[in-house]
Design a binder for this molecule. Structure first.
Ligand SMILES: NC(=O)c1ccc[n+]([C@@H]2O[C@H](COP(=O)([O-])OP(=O)(O)OC[C@H]3O[C@@H](n4cnc5c(N)ncnc54)[C@H](OP(=O)(O)O)[C@@H]3O)[C@@H](O)[C@H]2O)c1
Length: 287
Protein backbone atom coordinates (compact mmCIF):
# COMPACT_ATOMS: atom_id res chain seq x y z
CA UNK A 1 0.00 0.00 0.00
CA UNK A 2 1.20 3.50 -0.88
CA UNK A 3 0.17 6.51 1.20
CA UNK A 4 -0.14 9.83 -0.63
CA UNK A 5 -0.05 12.89 1.62
CA UNK A 6 -1.08 16.26 0.20
CA UNK A 7 -3.54 14.17 -1.81
CA UNK A 8 -5.78 17.13 -2.61
CA UNK A 9 -2.87 19.26 -3.79
CA UNK A 10 -1.88 20.17 -7.34
CA UNK A 11 0.66 17.35 -7.48
CA UNK A 12 -0.64 14.90 -4.86
CA UNK A 13 -4.06 14.66 -6.54
CA UNK A 14 -2.39 13.74 -9.82
CA UNK A 15 -0.09 11.24 -8.09
CA UNK A 16 -3.21 9.50 -6.73
CA UNK A 17 -4.80 9.41 -10.20
CA UNK A 18 -1.61 8.16 -11.88
CA UNK A 19 -1.08 5.36 -9.37
CA UNK A 20 -4.70 4.23 -9.70
CA UNK A 21 -4.35 4.28 -13.51
CA UNK A 22 -1.31 2.01 -13.11
CA UNK A 23 -3.39 -0.36 -10.99
CA UNK A 24 -1.53 0.45 -7.76
CA UNK A 25 -3.62 0.55 -4.54
CA UNK A 26 -3.47 3.99 -2.91
CA UNK A 27 -4.37 5.45 0.44
CA UNK A 28 -5.01 9.19 0.32
CA UNK A 29 -4.41 11.31 3.42
CA UNK A 30 -6.87 14.22 3.38
CA UNK A 31 -8.13 16.88 5.75
CA UNK A 32 -11.67 17.01 4.35
CA UNK A 33 -13.40 13.64 4.57
CA UNK A 34 -15.66 14.49 1.61
CA UNK A 35 -12.73 14.96 -0.78
CA UNK A 36 -12.97 11.71 -2.73
CA UNK A 37 -16.73 11.15 -2.21
CA UNK A 38 -17.44 11.06 -5.95
CA UNK A 39 -14.47 8.88 -6.72
CA UNK A 40 -15.40 5.31 -7.52
CA UNK A 41 -12.29 3.14 -7.42
CA UNK A 42 -12.02 0.19 -5.07
CA UNK A 43 -8.20 0.59 -5.09
CA UNK A 44 -8.51 3.95 -3.32
CA UNK A 45 -8.71 4.21 0.47
CA UNK A 46 -9.12 7.54 2.21
CA UNK A 47 -7.88 8.42 5.69
CA UNK A 48 -8.83 11.75 7.23
CA UNK A 49 -6.30 13.61 9.34
CA UNK A 50 -3.70 16.32 9.58
CA UNK A 51 0.07 16.52 9.91
CA UNK A 52 -0.45 17.91 13.42
CA UNK A 53 -2.52 14.92 14.59
CA UNK A 54 -0.13 12.00 15.11
CA UNK A 55 -2.96 9.58 15.82
CA UNK A 56 -4.41 10.28 12.40
CA UNK A 57 -0.96 9.72 10.87
CA UNK A 58 -0.76 6.36 12.69
CA UNK A 59 -4.09 5.34 11.12
CA UNK A 60 -2.84 6.50 7.73
CA UNK A 61 0.45 4.57 7.72
CA UNK A 62 -0.94 1.25 8.98
CA UNK A 63 0.16 -1.45 6.50
CA UNK A 64 1.90 1.12 4.28
CA UNK A 65 5.25 0.32 2.58
CA UNK A 66 5.90 3.66 0.92
CA UNK A 67 4.65 7.19 1.24
CA UNK A 68 4.61 10.33 -0.86
CA UNK A 69 5.45 13.33 1.31
CA UNK A 70 4.01 16.64 0.09
CA UNK A 71 2.78 19.80 1.75
CA UNK A 72 1.84 23.41 1.21
CA UNK A 73 4.79 25.68 2.05
CA UNK A 74 4.32 27.06 5.55
CA UNK A 75 6.49 27.91 8.57
CA UNK A 76 5.32 24.75 10.39
CA UNK A 77 6.07 22.33 7.61
CA UNK A 78 9.32 20.99 9.05
CA UNK A 79 7.54 20.04 12.29
CA UNK A 80 4.57 18.71 10.30
CA UNK A 81 6.75 16.43 8.21
CA UNK A 82 8.84 15.43 11.21
CA UNK A 83 5.60 14.08 12.71
CA UNK A 84 4.99 11.99 9.59
CA UNK A 85 8.58 10.71 9.43
CA UNK A 86 8.66 9.74 13.14
CA UNK A 87 5.32 7.89 12.97
CA UNK A 88 6.31 6.23 9.68
CA UNK A 89 9.59 5.00 11.19
CA UNK A 90 7.82 3.65 14.26
CA UNK A 91 5.15 1.90 12.20
CA UNK A 92 7.53 0.21 9.75
CA UNK A 93 7.10 2.28 6.58
CA UNK A 94 10.12 1.50 4.41
CA UNK A 95 10.42 4.31 1.88
CA UNK A 96 9.47 7.95 1.40
CA UNK A 97 9.36 9.91 -1.85
CA UNK A 98 9.64 13.54 -0.86
CA UNK A 99 8.38 16.39 -3.01
CA UNK A 100 11.18 18.89 -2.49
CA UNK A 101 12.42 21.72 -4.70
CA UNK A 102 15.45 22.49 -6.86
CA UNK A 103 17.37 25.00 -4.75
CA UNK A 104 16.77 23.13 -1.49
CA UNK A 105 19.57 24.27 0.81
CA UNK A 106 20.04 25.00 4.50
CA UNK A 107 21.80 28.25 3.52
CA UNK A 108 19.19 29.48 1.05
CA UNK A 109 17.90 33.06 1.40
CA UNK A 110 14.47 31.58 0.61
CA UNK A 111 12.66 30.07 3.62
CA UNK A 112 10.89 27.26 1.79
CA UNK A 113 14.22 26.04 0.42
CA UNK A 114 15.64 25.86 3.96
CA UNK A 115 12.54 23.94 5.13
CA UNK A 116 12.91 21.42 2.29
CA UNK A 117 16.58 20.94 3.18
CA UNK A 118 15.69 20.30 6.82
CA UNK A 119 13.12 17.66 5.96
CA UNK A 120 15.53 16.05 3.49
CA UNK A 121 18.07 15.91 6.33
CA UNK A 122 15.54 14.29 8.66
CA UNK A 123 14.80 11.64 6.05
CA UNK A 124 18.50 10.98 5.43
CA UNK A 125 18.93 10.43 9.19
CA UNK A 126 15.81 8.27 9.56
CA UNK A 127 15.34 4.53 9.22
CA UNK A 128 13.41 5.08 6.00
CA UNK A 129 15.01 4.91 2.60
CA UNK A 130 14.18 7.96 0.48
CA UNK A 131 13.95 9.52 -2.95
CA UNK A 132 13.95 13.31 -3.34
CA UNK A 133 12.11 14.92 -6.24
CA UNK A 134 13.46 18.41 -6.73
CA UNK A 135 11.40 20.18 -9.38
CA UNK A 136 12.32 23.56 -10.75
CA UNK A 137 9.66 26.31 -10.82
CA UNK A 138 6.26 25.05 -11.98
CA UNK A 139 4.84 26.14 -15.35
CA UNK A 140 1.49 26.21 -13.55
CA UNK A 141 2.70 29.25 -11.55
CA UNK A 142 2.03 31.19 -14.77
CA UNK A 143 -1.69 30.52 -14.28
CA UNK A 144 -1.65 33.10 -11.46
CA UNK A 145 -1.52 35.67 -14.29
CA UNK A 146 -4.62 34.28 -16.04
CA UNK A 147 -6.89 37.16 -15.07
CA UNK A 148 -4.32 39.83 -15.90
CA UNK A 149 -3.75 38.33 -19.36
CA UNK A 150 -7.47 37.87 -19.96
CA UNK A 151 -8.38 41.43 -19.00
CA UNK A 152 -5.26 43.50 -19.77
CA UNK A 153 -3.18 41.37 -22.19
CA UNK A 154 -0.19 41.71 -19.86
CA UNK A 155 1.41 39.88 -16.98
CA UNK A 156 4.04 40.93 -14.45
CA UNK A 157 6.60 38.92 -12.53
CA UNK A 158 9.92 39.60 -10.79
CA UNK A 159 11.77 37.28 -13.21
CA UNK A 160 13.71 39.84 -15.27
CA UNK A 161 14.92 38.59 -18.64
CA UNK A 162 16.60 35.41 -17.37
CA UNK A 163 15.71 32.03 -18.86
CA UNK A 164 14.27 29.26 -16.71
CA UNK A 165 13.43 25.63 -17.54
CA UNK A 166 10.00 25.70 -15.90
CA UNK A 167 8.49 22.23 -15.40
CA UNK A 168 4.91 21.03 -15.86
CA UNK A 169 3.35 19.58 -12.68
CA UNK A 170 1.79 16.83 -14.81
CA UNK A 171 5.31 15.54 -15.47
CA UNK A 172 6.27 15.80 -11.80
CA UNK A 173 3.21 13.75 -10.79
CA UNK A 174 3.97 11.13 -13.44
CA UNK A 175 7.55 10.86 -12.19
CA UNK A 176 6.35 10.52 -8.58
CA UNK A 177 3.92 7.74 -9.48
CA UNK A 178 6.56 5.90 -11.52
CA UNK A 179 9.16 6.15 -8.74
CA UNK A 180 6.63 4.90 -6.17
CA UNK A 181 5.47 2.05 -8.41
CA UNK A 182 9.03 0.97 -9.35
CA UNK A 183 10.10 0.98 -5.71
CA UNK A 184 13.82 0.92 -6.57
CA UNK A 185 14.94 4.55 -6.51
CA UNK A 186 16.46 4.66 -3.01
CA UNK A 187 18.97 7.47 -2.29
CA UNK A 188 18.28 9.11 -5.64
CA UNK A 189 17.81 12.85 -6.06
CA UNK A 190 15.95 13.77 -9.25
CA UNK A 191 16.10 17.35 -10.50
CA UNK A 192 13.04 17.89 -12.66
CA UNK A 193 13.04 20.62 -15.30
CA UNK A 194 11.32 21.43 -18.54
CA UNK A 195 13.02 20.53 -21.84
CA UNK A 196 14.50 24.01 -22.42
CA UNK A 197 15.06 27.29 -20.62
CA UNK A 198 12.78 30.16 -21.71
CA UNK A 199 12.44 33.76 -20.61
CA UNK A 200 9.11 35.24 -19.59
CA UNK A 201 9.39 37.44 -22.72
CA UNK A 202 9.46 34.24 -24.80
CA UNK A 203 6.55 32.81 -22.81
CA UNK A 204 4.58 35.97 -23.71
CA UNK A 205 5.43 35.46 -27.39
CA UNK A 206 4.25 31.83 -27.29
CA UNK A 207 1.07 32.89 -25.51
CA UNK A 208 0.47 35.64 -28.10
CA UNK A 209 0.75 33.12 -30.90
CA UNK A 210 -1.60 30.63 -29.15
CA UNK A 211 -4.21 33.27 -28.21
CA UNK A 212 -3.79 35.13 -31.53
CA UNK A 213 -3.43 38.51 -29.80
CA UNK A 214 -0.48 40.42 -28.41
CA UNK A 215 0.40 39.54 -24.80
CA UNK A 216 3.16 41.49 -23.08
CA UNK A 217 5.38 40.48 -20.17
CA UNK A 218 6.19 43.42 -17.89
CA UNK A 219 9.05 42.62 -15.52
CA UNK A 220 8.80 44.22 -12.07
CA UNK A 221 11.47 44.53 -9.39
CA UNK A 222 11.52 42.00 -6.59
CA UNK A 223 10.86 44.75 -4.03
CA UNK A 224 7.88 46.10 -6.02
CA UNK A 225 6.42 42.60 -6.29
CA UNK A 226 7.02 41.99 -2.56
CA UNK A 227 5.21 45.22 -1.61
CA UNK A 228 2.30 44.37 -3.93
CA UNK A 229 1.88 40.92 -2.32
CA UNK A 230 2.05 42.46 1.18
CA UNK A 231 -0.62 45.00 0.23
CA UNK A 232 -2.84 42.11 -0.91
CA UNK A 233 -2.50 40.49 2.53
CA UNK A 234 0.07 37.78 1.70
CA UNK A 235 2.02 36.79 4.85
CA UNK A 236 5.45 38.44 4.81
CA UNK A 237 7.46 35.18 4.66
CA UNK A 238 5.39 34.03 1.66
CA UNK A 239 5.57 37.42 -0.06
CA UNK A 240 9.34 37.35 0.40
CA UNK A 241 9.74 33.81 -0.98
CA UNK A 242 7.55 34.51 -4.02
CA UNK A 243 9.18 37.86 -4.81
CA UNK A 244 12.80 36.84 -4.26
CA UNK A 245 12.57 33.20 -5.43
CA UNK A 246 15.19 33.75 -8.16
CA UNK A 247 17.75 34.28 -5.40
CA UNK A 248 17.40 30.57 -4.60
CA UNK A 249 19.26 29.74 -7.80
CA UNK A 250 22.93 30.53 -8.38
CA UNK A 251 23.50 32.48 -11.64
CA UNK A 252 25.04 29.46 -13.37
CA UNK A 253 22.05 27.23 -12.40
CA UNK A 254 19.08 29.46 -13.30
CA UNK A 255 18.79 28.02 -16.81
CA UNK A 256 19.69 24.44 -15.87
CA UNK A 257 18.02 21.74 -18.01
CA UNK A 258 18.22 18.14 -16.82
CA UNK A 259 17.47 14.84 -18.49
CA UNK A 260 15.84 13.20 -15.46
CA UNK A 261 12.26 13.32 -16.80
CA UNK A 262 13.37 11.73 -20.10
CA UNK A 263 15.24 9.00 -18.26
CA UNK A 264 12.36 8.21 -15.89
CA UNK A 265 9.40 8.55 -18.27
CA UNK A 266 11.15 7.56 -21.49
CA UNK A 267 9.86 10.69 -23.23
CA UNK A 268 10.58 14.39 -23.28
CA UNK A 269 9.30 16.69 -20.59
CA UNK A 270 6.33 18.82 -21.67
CA UNK A 271 7.38 22.09 -23.29
CA UNK A 272 6.14 25.54 -22.30
CA UNK A 273 4.31 25.73 -25.66
CA UNK A 274 2.41 22.51 -24.84
CA UNK A 275 1.59 23.80 -21.37
CA UNK A 276 0.32 27.19 -22.62
CA UNK A 277 -1.70 25.55 -25.37
CA UNK A 278 -3.27 23.00 -22.99
CA UNK A 279 -4.18 25.69 -20.45
CA UNK A 280 -5.13 28.47 -22.90
CA UNK A 281 -8.70 28.74 -21.63
CA UNK A 282 -7.24 30.04 -18.34
CA UNK A 283 -6.14 33.13 -20.26
CA UNK A 284 -9.48 33.76 -21.92
CA UNK A 285 -12.30 35.41 -19.99
CA UNK A 286 -12.70 35.79 -16.23
CA UNK A 287 -10.64 33.47 -14.01
N1 LIG B 1 5.31 26.30 -7.09
C1 LIG B 1 6.52 25.97 -7.53
O1 LIG B 1 7.03 26.54 -8.52
C2 LIG B 1 7.29 24.87 -6.84
C3 LIG B 1 8.50 24.46 -7.41
C4 LIG B 1 9.20 23.42 -6.79
C5 LIG B 1 8.69 22.81 -5.65
N2 LIG B 1 7.51 23.23 -5.13
C6 LIG B 1 7.01 22.59 -3.89
O2 LIG B 1 5.80 21.90 -4.18
C7 LIG B 1 5.06 21.82 -2.95
C8 LIG B 1 3.63 22.25 -3.21
O3 LIG B 1 3.00 21.27 -3.99
P1 LIG B 1 1.52 21.49 -4.51
O4 LIG B 1 1.50 22.73 -5.37
O5 LIG B 1 1.02 20.21 -5.05
O6 LIG B 1 0.80 21.86 -3.12
P2 LIG B 1 -0.69 22.33 -2.86
O7 LIG B 1 -1.51 22.27 -4.11
O8 LIG B 1 -0.62 23.61 -2.11
O9 LIG B 1 -1.22 21.17 -1.89
C9 LIG B 1 -0.80 21.08 -0.56
C10 LIG B 1 -1.42 19.83 0.05
O10 LIG B 1 -0.99 19.73 1.43
C11 LIG B 1 -2.16 19.52 2.21
N3 LIG B 1 -1.97 20.07 3.54
C12 LIG B 1 -1.67 21.34 3.85
N4 LIG B 1 -1.58 21.48 5.20
C13 LIG B 1 -1.83 20.25 5.73
C14 LIG B 1 -1.88 19.77 7.06
N5 LIG B 1 -1.65 20.56 8.11
N6 LIG B 1 -2.18 18.45 7.25
C15 LIG B 1 -2.41 17.64 6.18
N7 LIG B 1 -2.36 18.06 4.89
C16 LIG B 1 -2.08 19.36 4.67
C17 LIG B 1 -3.27 20.25 1.48
O11 LIG B 1 -4.54 19.81 1.93
P3 LIG B 1 -5.86 20.76 1.87
O12 LIG B 1 -6.45 20.55 0.48
O13 LIG B 1 -6.73 20.24 2.94
O14 LIG B 1 -5.42 22.17 2.09
C18 LIG B 1 -2.95 19.85 0.05
O15 LIG B 1 -3.40 18.54 -0.22
C19 LIG B 1 5.75 22.74 -1.94
O16 LIG B 1 6.48 21.96 -1.04
C20 LIG B 1 6.65 23.59 -2.82
O17 LIG B 1 7.80 24.05 -2.13
C21 LIG B 1 6.79 24.24 -5.69
Amino acid sequence: MILVTGATGQIGSKVVQNLLKMGVPVRAFVRDEKTFDDFEDSSLEVVTGTFEDTQSIERAVEGVDQLFLAARDNPNQVAQHENVIKVAERCGVKHAVKLSAFGSSKNSPIALMRWHAETEGQLRNSKLSWTFLRPFLFMQNLLRSGKSVATRDTFSAPMGSDKFALVDIRDIAEVAAKVLKDGNHSSKVYTLTGPSAVSYYEAAEYLSSILKRSIKYKPVSQEEFYQKLLSEGTPSWRAHDLAYIVQAYPDDKKNLVTNDINLLLNRSARSIQTFLSDYQTNYQGEN
